[in-house]
Design a protein around this ligand. Structure first.
Ligand SMILES: [Zn+2]
Length: 497
C-alpha cells in the first residue's frame, strides 16, 4: 500500500492561528499528507481505506524540551528547587552503559507516542563527559522508535561549582573533586564530538532525525564554547537549544559573570537568532522581551517543570503579545514527572489565569494547542510538521470521539485540551507510519524495555550510592547560598545592580 485514506474524520485544521473542526478525508501518501478532501468524494485507488468517521484527527503534538537520560530516574527526585533537585538527577545519570542510555530513551518514546506526541527535542546530557558512542545509543533508540526527533547534545565546559553564585565560605573545607569541582572536557573537544555526531545522524531515518546543539546554559559554558555552538548552528543551519534564566539564582549568576543580563550577553555573542531556543526564560530583564522578539528567537515554556521545581512564572502572555515564537516542553521525567503534552497544554492554557485579572491576556485552549503543535514545530525547526495540511508530514494523532472527554461534543479544541488525558487515543501516525494503536506502541516491544528498565533502576539504586554521595557533598553549600540570597531578596535587594 502506498498510503492511507482516513475517511470522514473530524479534522482540527489551523487557519490564521485558530483551529477549526471540520469533516475531511485525509489522503496520506508516503510520509506526507497529500490532501484533505471534503467527505463523500471518490478516493484514489490503492490506498488503505480506514473508516475514520468516529475519529478526531489532530496534528501530532510537539514536545520542545525533554531529556531522555532522565527517564530511567523517574520518581527518584524529591520536591526540591532546581539547584538541590539536580544533585540527585545528575548522580543518577553518571557513567551509564550504552544499553541503559538506549533503554532510557525508549522509555520516553513509548510514553510520548502513546500520549500523542509525534516529535520531540531531546536535550541529551551524557555524564560525566559527552561521548560519541553514547550519543549513538540515543540516536539508535530514536531510530528504532520511529519518532521524529531533534537531538541537541548538551555541551558544558565548567565545573558545577563555577556555575552557581557561591561565596568562598560556602565551599570552605570540602572535597568536591569527585563531582562539584570535576573538570569537564575542553570546549573544542566537545564540539568535535558533536560535529561528528551531526555528520553521522542528521537527516537519517528518512529525515525523522535531525541534530542540533544544546549548550546546557550560558552560566555553564565558557564564552568560547557558546561562540562555537553559535557557529555550529549557523554553519549547519540547525537549532541551538539552551536553558536560560530558569531560576532567580541563575539571574544572579548572570550578573556576577557578565555584569549584565544573560539574554543581553547571548545577544552580544550573536547567539540570538531564529534558530535559537531559549528554554524557560523566566527571570528576564525588562528589555529582554524586545531583544528576543527582534532576533526572532523562540522561547520554550515548561509549565509543569517550572511548578514542580518552584522556578518561577514565565510571562507567556507578554511573550506572545510581542509575537515571540513559543513552543511547549515537558522537561525531564524527574521534574515533571511525565512526558504527556496534553497535560502540559492544559497547564499552559490555565496556569497564567492565576497571574492576571484581565481575561484577555489568558492563554486558553486554542493558543495552548497551537503552541503544542505548529508553534512548537516552528520553534524547533520542523516547519512542515505540526499541521493537518496538504504537503505537511503525516504526523497525526487520532482520538476516538466515543470517549468521556468528547461526549457530548460541543467544542472539540476545548475538550481536547481541557478534558482529554490521552485515554481516548486510537492511533498515532508519524511520517505516514502507524507507531501506536490500541493503546500500545507498534514499533517497540514495550514489555521488554520496561523489564530492562526496572533491572537497570534497581541496580542503579545500589551501585549509585557513591555517585549520590559525591553530588550531595554540594547540598550544604547550596543551602547556605540559597539562605543568603533568600535574605537578600526578602529585604528587597539583589546582587545584580
Ligand atoms: Zn531541561
Amino acid at each position: 500500500m502506498p498510503g492511507y485514506w482516513f475517511d470522514n474524520a473530524i479534522c482540527l485544521t489551523e487557519k490564521a492561528g485558530r483551529f477549526e473542526a471540520e469533516r475531511r478525508s485525509i489522503e496520506v501518501v508516503g510520509g506526507s499528507i497529500a490532501a484533505l478532501h471534503p467527505p463523500g468524494g471518490p478516493k484514489p485507488p490503492r490506498l488503505e481505506f480506514i473508516d475514520a468517521s468516529g475519529l478526531i484527527a489532530v496534528p501530532g503534538f510537539v514536545n520542545c524540551h525533554s531529556h531522555s537520560p532522565d527517564n530511567l530516574a523517574r520518581g527518584t527526585a524529591a520536591d526540591l528547587p532546581l539547584e538541590l533537585w539536580s544533585l540527585t538527577s545528575s548522580a543518577l545519570r553518571e557513567r551509564r552503559s550504552h544499553r541503559e542510555i538506549y533503554v532510557s530513551t525508549m522509555l520516553g518514546a513509548i510514553e510520548m507516542m502513546r500520549s500523542g506526541t509525534t516529535a520531540v527535542l531531546d536535550h541529551v546530557r551524557i555524564s560525566p563527559d559527552i561521548d560519541g558512542e553514547a550519543l549513538d545509543a540515543v540516536a539508535s533508540a530514536w531510530l528504532d522508535s520511529g519518532m521524529r526527533v531533534v537531538i541537541a547534545p548538551i555541551v558544558s565546559d565548567k565545573s558545577v561549582i563555577e556555575t552557581l553564585p557561591f561565596d568562598e565560605d560556602d565551599l570552605a573545607g570540602l572535597d568536591l573533586s569527585a563531582y562539584g569541582s570535576r573538570a569537564p572536557l575542553p570546549a573544542r573537544q566537545q564540539m568535535t564530538v558533536v560535529e561528528a555526531f551531526f555528520r553521522r545522524w542528521h537527516g537519517e531515518a528518512d529525515g525523522l532525525i535531525s541534530v542540533g546543539i544544546g549548550p546546557s546554559g550560558p552560566q555553564r559554558c565558557s564564552d568560547e564554547l557558546l561562540a562555537a555552538a553559535g557557529d555550529f548552528s549557523r554553519r549547519y543551519d540547525t537549532i541551538l537549544h539552551t536553558h536560560v534564566l530558569e531560576t532567580r539564582l541563575q539571574r544572579e549568576m548572570g550578573f556576577r559573570l557578565y555584569g549584565r543580563g544573560m539574554i543581553a550577553h547571548l545577544d552580544g555573542l550573536g547567539l540570538l537568532t531564529p534558530r535559537t531556543n531559549l528554554v524557560h526564560s523566566i527571570w528576564l530583564e525588562p528589555d529582554d522581551i524586545g531583544r528576543i522578539s527582534a532576533a526572532d528567537a523562540a522561547v520554550i515554556h515548561n509549565p509543569v517543570s517550572n511548578a514542580r521545581l518552584g522556578s518561577g512564572h514565565c510571562r507567556l502572555s507578554d511573550l506572545l503579545k510581542e509575537n515571540i515564537r513559543v513552543g511547549l516542553g515537558t522537561d525531564s521525567a524527574c521534574c515533571n514527572d511525565g512526558a504527556n503534552l496534553l497535560e502540559t497544554m492544559k497547564w499552559a492554557a490555565l496556569l497564567h489565569n492565576l497571574r492576571s485579572d484581565d481575561e484577555k491576556t489568558w492563554i486558553g485552549p486554542q493558543t495552548a494547542l497551537r503552541l503544542g503543535t505548529s508553534g512548537g514545530a516552528d520553534a524547533i525547526g520542523l516547519p512542515d510538521t505540526g499541521r493537518l495540511a496538504a504537503g505537511c508530514a503525516a504526523d497525526i494523532t487520532f482520538f476516538r470521539s466515543q470517549a468521556p472527554a468528547f461526549q457530548p461534543l460541543n467544542d472539540t479544541v476545548r475538550q481536547l485540551v481541557l478534558s482529554e488525558s490521552g485515554s481516548a487515543i486510537d492511533s498515532v501516525m508519524i511520517g505516514g507510519r502507524i507507531v501506536a494503536s490500541g493503546g500500545r506502541c507498534t514499533t517497540i516491544d514495550e514489555a521488554a524495555i520496561w523489564e530492562e528498565a526496572q533491572a537497570f533502576a534497581d541496580r542503579r539504586r545500589i551501585d549509585g550510592v557513591a555517585a549520590q554521595a559525591a553530588a550531595h557533598a554540594l547540598e550544604k553549600p547550596i543551602r547556605r547560598m540559597r539562605q543568603r540570597y533568600g535574605k537578600l531578596w526578602a529585604a528587597g535587594g539583589c546582587a545584580c545592580h
